[in-house]
Design a protein around this ligand. Structure first.
Ligand code: S5P
Length: 265
């Protein structure tokens, strides 16, 4: 968001309880960093969550890449999220008919709804996917679960542009109890069509301080350009966990993201 308000001020005004909680964490810990913890064993995932936890607002997982996944994986993540005061975001990118995504969200071996505060979904299947996830969230009692719509992608040649991105915003407006905002490279909306202010949360991935991209089409921007474009939370993975010293790296990203946000105030 291109707001001049602090996270604390936004927390006060925002109607969604999970967004209030997220902004509250950002303010308390002075961080707008989301660690993309793309580690592939439970041990590595929990170790990085424990050592970097004090510096992040959210830990983003791809739980299906954990080779020895068991309920101990998510139990461990939940305990660390409580100890270090961060939220859990499962980057599942739901993309199917409503009936299927409800089963993928609530059941299966992963039971994502039980432990992930935040999930994301694409609108490729149409509005029904968001309607279905919203229904699952409301059934579970609103206030502690939310959706980010994947409105753009950072990879080269992404087709999530133009009307697709605009439609993501239109659908988001219809589900204020469960849609928190977007995963996008920039702010997409701050005023509804009738001119009333809206405060969608913008999570921006593809953030890296020292690299421009990878060999498989990933494209990076810096913390500064992301925040200048209206990002609220910076998602970084390899720039942090693959660094020589991940603790030093996380502190560098935390400082860069926090100071860039403060400069916009
Ligand atoms: O458009 C996107 C959306 C996402 S969620 N581009 C992305 O790279 N992601 C995810 O962000 C991706 O799946 C990975 O988990 C993370 C980027 O990791 P990094 O190592 O390139 O920072």
């Amino acid at each position: 968001s291109m707001t001049t308000l602090s996270y604390a001020q936004r927390a006060e005004k925002h109607p969604n309880p999970l967004v209030k909680k997220l902004f509250g964490i950002a303010e308390r810990k002075k961080t707008n960093l989301v660690l993309s913890a793309d580690l592939t064993t439970t041990k590595e995932l929990l170790e990085i969550a424990d050592s970097l936890g004090p510096h992040i607002a959210v830990l983003k997982t791809h739980i299906d890449i954990v080779s020895d996944f068991s309920p101990a994986t998510t139990k461990g993540l939940t305990e660390l999220a409580e100890r270090h005061d961060f939220l859990l975001f499962e980057d599942r990118k739901f993309i199917d008919i409503g009936n299927t995504v409800q089963k993928q969200y609530r059941g299966g071996a992963l039971r994502i709804h039980e432990w992930a505060h935040i999930i994301n979904a694409t609108i490729l299947p149409g509005e029904g996917i968001i309607q279905a996830l919203d229904e699952s969230i409301r059934d579970g009692g609103i206030g502690d679960r939310g959706i980010l719509i994947l409105a753009e992608m950072t990879s080269k040649g992404s087709l999530a542009v133009g009307d697709y991105t605009r439609k993501s915003v239109e659908i988001a407006r219809k589900y204020p109890q469960s849609v928190l905002g977007f995963v996008s490279t920039r702010e997409l909306s701050s005023l509804s069509p009738d001119g009333t202010p809206e405060d969608f949360v913008v999570f921006t991935t593809g953030v890296n301080i020292s690299s421009k991209g990878d060999a498989l089409g990933q494209q990076y921007q810096t913390p500064e350009t992301a925040i200048a474009g209206g990002s609220d939370f910076l998602i970084a993975g390899r720039g942090i966990y693959a660094a020589e010293d991940p603790v030093i790296a996380v502190m560098e990203y935390q400082k860069a993201g926090w100071e860039a946000y403060q400069r916009g105030k």
